[in-house]
Design a protein around this ligand. Structure first.
Ligand code: GRF
Length: 218
């Protein structure tokens, strides 16, 4: 079967882009990264696309509609079947979101619907939660909303600051995004209202506790 063509939208570092590039390097992976689009010419993620010889474009249009029109053109020209937002820091035009409904996904570094928007790790620390994590979801008009495909849970540790927690969550992001894209590419996802069913998906059977007590020998 032809691999699914994925278009990735970035604004910055591109470590999730890299995780997807690395996953797609395996010939058994059912998706290929066919185009990378950045809204910023200085996004370091563009160098990752370059290094992997993936076509990449900068669309620096400042207007939301103009950006959407140009991005839509590029994505269609590349025959894209799935759009993946990976650290894409602009609000998208609502017609663009509607046009790619159920064919556009995003990753967010919290367990949505908790802590949408900016600084989710800071929000998690301020709320004092013992677990946070990351979420891959289909994109709907509201920021960081939409049917959830996959989540990974990450513990919050006592000494955490925003950067430490973000780094721990990022490790999980790099596992969960390639998984979610694979599930989509394999046609395993069913959407019913806000719920996504995963054919062949097996939930883990253990619920984690944080904290647990280390046994101390004295
Ligand atoms: C990630 O934490 C992602 O979840 C969020 O923005 C960050 C982007 O990082 N949406 P990177 O550009 O993928 O390294």
């Amino acid at each position: 079967m032809e691999p699914l063509k994925v278009g990735i939208l970035i604004s910055g570092r591109g470590s999730n882009l890299q995780a997807l590039i690395d996953a797609a390097a395996d010939p058994a992976y059912p998706a290929e990264i066919a185009i990378v689009i950045s809204n910023r010419a200085d996004a370091p993620g563009l160098d990752r696309a370059k290094a992997a010889k993936i076509p990449h474009r900068v669309i620096a249009e400042s207007g939301r509609r103009a950006f959407a029109a140009a991005a839509d053109r590029e994505l269609r020209a590349a025959n894209i079947g799935l759009v993946a937002l990976a650290g894409f820091m602009r609000l998208l035009d609502s017609d663009f979101v509607a046009a790619w409904r159920d064919r556009m996904v995003n990753i967010h570094p919290s367990l949505l619907p908790a802590f949408p928007g900016l600084h989710p790790q800071r929000q998690a620390l301020a709320a004092g939660v013992k677990f946070s994590g990351c979420t891959v979801h289909f994109v709907r008009a509201e920021v960081d909303s939409g049917p959830i495909i996959a989540q990974a849970v990450v513990p919050v540790e006592d000494g955490d600051d925003e950067d430490r927690l973000a780094a721990r969550i990022l490790v999980a992001e790099h596992r969960v995004y390639p998984l979610a894209v694979r599930l989509f590419a394999e046609g395993r996802l069913g959407i019913s209202g806000n719920r996504v069913s995963v054919a062949g998906g097996v939930p883990p059977d253990i619920v984690a506790l944080n904290p647990t007590l280390a046994s101390v020998e004295s």
